[in-house]
Write a protein that binds this ligand. Structure first.
Ligand code: FE2
Length: 248
């Protein structure tokens, strides 16, 4: 079947879809109480950071969103029992190792709790324009609210990852020279990812992607985890890491 959508988390099927499409979508992955528990963790963190009362190290970006970055050691079973159970699960770890074809993965070492808010006008910069990430990353991307046209859905160009991968690899040793913004004419066939709360996306950041614009007082709440090859097994530098902190 020619689709990137699944109704269960199956490592082999997701791995296959990632190779073919650059993304896999798992519908109804988190439902009921567990979804609500994650939403409570998300909202509590956002409120604490907003009031400057979150006591642990974190970084925040606030360009039309409140994007809070936490390192894995902060997201532990005491502080974030539900986030840690999900994002550090055996299932996610198995998929990560399977996809990168090695056990040397930097597995969800950073999590982002991101609330995109309404923007007054279209923003012509990252992450709102089509791009691929300079730092090759497998992202676990969970919608916490229903996402329709007004909620600024994640948008992707299916199957674009192979072409972008070739380009990225040409610049592996000089990532600061790599232009990772994608020509809009190539993105005519973009797919907005409308989906219900609790939908999980797993995508390879070589796929062309962007954040949709949030409209009419809506919002989009997402928790995402970033997995990469372990340092030492990949090229890269500090500049490129910074460039990719806050992109979708
Ligand atoms: Fe990105």
């Amino acid at each position: 079947m020619d689709t990137y959508k699944l109704d269960e988390f199956n490592v082999e099927k997701i791995n296959s879809m990632l190779s073919r499409f650059g993304i896999a979508q798992v519908d109804n992955y988190i439902v009921g109480h567990e979804l609500n528990n994650l939403l409570v963790e998300f909202d509590n963190l956002q409120a604490l950071v907003q009031q400057d009362e979150f006591e642990f190290p974190h970084q925040v970006d606030e360009i039309c969103c409140a994007n809070i970055r936490l390192e894995k050691k902060i997201v532990n079973t005491n502080n974030f029992p539900h986030s840690s159970a999900l994002f550090f699960s055996e299932a996610f770890e198995n998929l990560s190792k399977r996809y990168f074809k090695t056990s040397s993965v930097s597995f969800n070492e950073e999590l982002f709790y991101c609330k995109h808010n309404e923007s007054d006008q279209r923003i012509n910069s990252l992450p709102y324009i089509f791009h691929f990430d300079k730092m090759h990353t497998l992202k676990y991307f969970l919608y916490l609210n229903d996402v329709g046209e007004e909620n600024g859905p994640l948008e992707v160009v299916l199957r674009s990852h192979k072409q972008n991968c070739r380009l990225r690899k040409k610049y592996l040793r000089n990532l600061q020279d790599l232009d990772n913004v994608v020509d809009p004419s190539i993105c005519a066939e973009n797919t907005p990812l409308y989906a219900l709360a609790g939908t999980l996306f797993v995508f390879d950041t070589d796929i062309s992607h962007r954040a949709g614009h949030v409209m009419n007082g809506s919002y989009r709440k997402v928790i995402r985890g970033h997995t990469r090859l372990s340092s030492g097994s990949k090229p890269g530098n500090f500049l490129s890491r910074i460039n990719n902190y806050f992109t979708n």
